[in-house]
Design a protein around this ligand. Structure first.
Ligand code: DHB
Ligand code: FE
Length: 266
């Protein structure tokens, strides 16, 4: 049903597409190439792959809407002291296993360096948030998320945690690995047309929710990874770059990292 917003958006889209088409003298053959490109996006998408998100991401669109949406929240009165949001990416799954703080999200050993990740969830005033739901997910050292990889059990390297009464969470995972976004489809074709690589810097995804606050979707990145400066989908935010350091010996894991996440008020 038409609304003022839908009329504005569709009108603007048509205007820009027509301008683009005129500006570049797009021919019938080129237009048909584009139509087939869009059809291919649909044909390649299934429960293990979201090609639409991939295409939008190599064009920088998800990073743009993420940044822009976050900026709107700030204009509406939330503090800029909130942790930066980041793109959700194509591999989020709901209802990952619930673990106790300190437990591991590794269901099946797949190599890599174990890391102990811990921190505190607060609001923008720095007050601890108890009972916040922290969902995390990352890929295996072979570069594949569990749902892309027949060798990994369901929900490997994904987990849900709840902050304790002082706002703390902790879990064991693997130090993440840089990997290429799937590039055997339309998104990969676009990258090739632009002479660009498909690599994303190593990262851990987060979705943190609390009944009284905005939810926070973000990622953390390893400062040591050269791709942190050169992300194929333009998603890195400086305050989400962290140091994985050698663990102090009090824990079994090789490396550790601490990350405090700040929520803006709903
Ligand atoms: C993209 C993002 C991811 O986090 C990922 O793991 C793969 C692809 C993307 O933005 O396309
Ligand atoms: Fe990812």
């Amino acid at each position: 049903k038409a609304t003022p917003r839908s009329r504005r958006i569709i009108g603007s889209l048509i205007q820009h597409i027509h301008d683009f088409t005129r500006e570049n003298y797009i021919t019938v053959d080129e237009w048909m190439y584009g139509v087939e490109f869009i059809n291919k996006i649909g044909q390649m998408s299934d429960s293990t792959r979201n090609e639409g998100i991939l295409v939008s991401d190599v064009l920088g669109l998800e990073a743009l809407v993420d940044t822009q949406t976050h900026a709107v929240a700030e204009r509406h009165g939330s503090s800029t002291a909130a942790t930066s949001s980041a793109i959700l990416g194509p591999f989020y799954r709901e209802n990952s296993p619930v673990y106790k703080n300190g437990e591991s999200i590794i269901i099946k050993e797949v190599g890599g360096v174990k890391a102990y990740v811990s921190g505190k969830i607060t609001n923008t005033q720095g007050e601890a948030l108890a009972g916040a739901m922290v969902e995390v997910w990352h890929c295996a050292p072979n570069g594949l998320y569990e749902q892309q990889d027949p060798e990994q059990p369901d929900f490997n390297l994904r987990g849900t945690f709840y902050t304790d009464k002082d706002g703390f969470y902790s879990f064991v995972c693997l130090e993440p690995t840089a990997y290429p976004i799937p590039y055997d489809g339309p998104a990969g074709g676009l990258l090739q047309f632009m002479d660009r690589h498909p690599m994303r810097p190593s990262h851990i995804h987060w979705r943190v929710t609390h009944p009284s606050y905005h939810s926070l979707i973000t990622q953390i990145y390893n400062r040591e990874d050269p791709y942190t400066e050169d992300d194929s989908v333009f998603a890195v935010k400086e305050d989400c770059v962290v140091d994985f350091i050698k663990a102090d010996g009090k824990i079994a894991e090789e490396h550790q990292v601490e990350k405090e996440l700040r929520f803006s008020v709903a």
